[in-house]
Write a protein that binds this ligand. Sequence first.
Ligand SMILES: C=Cc1c2[nH]c(c1C)Cc1[nH]c(c(CCC(=O)O)c1C)Cc1[nH]c(c(C)c1CCC(=O)O)Cc1[nH]c(c(C)c1C=C)C2
Length: 515
Amino acid sequence: MTIPPARRIAVLGAGLSGLTAAYRLSTLLPKSQIYLLDGARQGGWVKSDKHAVSFTTPAGERLQGTITCEAGPRSIRPRGGPGAPAMLKLIRDAGLEDAIVPIPSSHPAARNRYLLTPAGLERVAPTPLALLKPASASAALVRGAALEPFRRSPQPYPADESVASFFKRRFGPRIAHIASAFVHGIYAADPASLSLRSAFGILHDAEKKYGSVVLGMLRGVATPEAKAAEAAAWAELGELGKKREQWSMYALSGGMQALTAKLATEAAANGVEVRCGAEGRVSGLTKTADGVEIALPTGPLSVSHVVSALPPRQLAGLAPQLPNLTANPSTTVGVVNVVYPLPPGDIHPDGFGYLIPRDDASQHAALGVVFDSTALPGTGDGSLEGKLTKLTVMMGGPYWGSYGGAAPSSADSLVAPALAHLQSTFPVLRGVEPLLVTPHLNAECIPTYAPGHGARLRETHEAIARDWDGRLSVVGAGYGGVSVNDCVLGAELVAGALGRGEEGVTGLERWAEWE
Ligand SMILES: C=Cc1c2[nH]c(c1C)Cc1[nH]c(c(CCC(=O)O)c1C)Cc1[nH]c(c(C)c1CCC(=O)O)Cc1[nH]c(c(C)c1C=C)C2
């Protein structure tokens, strides 16, 4: 049964998820009044800062221009689940197709990713040369993969477990240690605190179905229905869907903020009322007979439906009866952009960057380094490209939590350890003055899905459906994935359902049958 589309909808939170929901609702329900409310800045963790720089090259050439540094997400994946076509469709619909900067699969950033081990930087690829070095990480990965199919699975098979326990069980402690680097590079989390099923569900499914991760990956675990749905989503994108097959990732000219800024502009042009900053600070939600009353500094706002794109913990403060919203911690990440007046080739190997397994750079609390100049060419540095080197040091996460330390109180205190870390990896930088150093302390920016997350989402779904009369939906990284694609997908699913006039949309329907 369908009900008439809601007429007054408030979206809480103006990060990527909230902006996507508000923009899409404004296109699907042009006669409805949409509000976008956020007590902080528009854009959330997406922040592309422009900086003017001028410098003299080692050859004596005087250069000046503007460069873009990302404090948050910087690249997008054109594959890997239904979020990928959803993101590309959003970009196209918002009129940003021309801003896409594809990174082809043949590009060094796509081919070369490194691990920093006590022996130095090692390319993650099972090259014959690496395999001849028994101590190399690549050789360990190949050995681990060869032995994995012969390991037994526990009976009964666990409903969920931590990523650390899974890797130790299936591959042994050496590979579990290497895997910590990949967990740092996506979740900035301690593998012992992260749910395998919610973070790397494909590994859980592979072992459960085939008794072996390696066999499962070779045979594939996606259901025919999921494959068909994804193929249809790509087909709907026509030429663009075809073109992306050649890309390993893509970025946006002007940086990721080009997307959030465009969504905000388009939403406002479609009549969305945007209130960000003090006037958008929501202090309470009350269910009424025919909708929801939102407490704002300027007085109550009555709407027929609320879409929360707030972090679950923040929503818990507004709807304390809802279960499980405070079950997951979030991790704080230090992001330090450093720009040197040297060409990238003088500093680092060609590639995307490197990750660091647990403890291998603990004195700097370093998780990894992105080689921005080579990873994201063509995103806004114009004539300075190739003349300077932009690096981003990612720090903190579990080092400021379960690994034992505490988060620093200011972003400025990240500068010294970030520079020391770069100098220890690249001795050529000792004595080179950076052109620019911009530290950011992104407090509680990535949720760590604790084991059992999926089952808790099912309970939250049931509670919203039962207690909110179809008036509340939830979207955002706190629920169904931390990538920008996941954020867009969650918001699109909710906006699409509301746009079709569907009843009782919680945003957590995907977990309704979770076992
Ligand atoms: C070192 C810290 C981090 C780096 N990136 C992130 C952190 C915490 C954040 C991040 N990276 C990825 C995601 C999810 C998906 C997305 O939005 O695209 C998030 C939230 C993607 C990702 N990055 C790496 C891997 C293996 C993945 C998974 C998907 C893929 O293969 O692209 C590796 C990686 N991350 C960082 C570096 C330096 C690095 C590899 C060298 C930085």
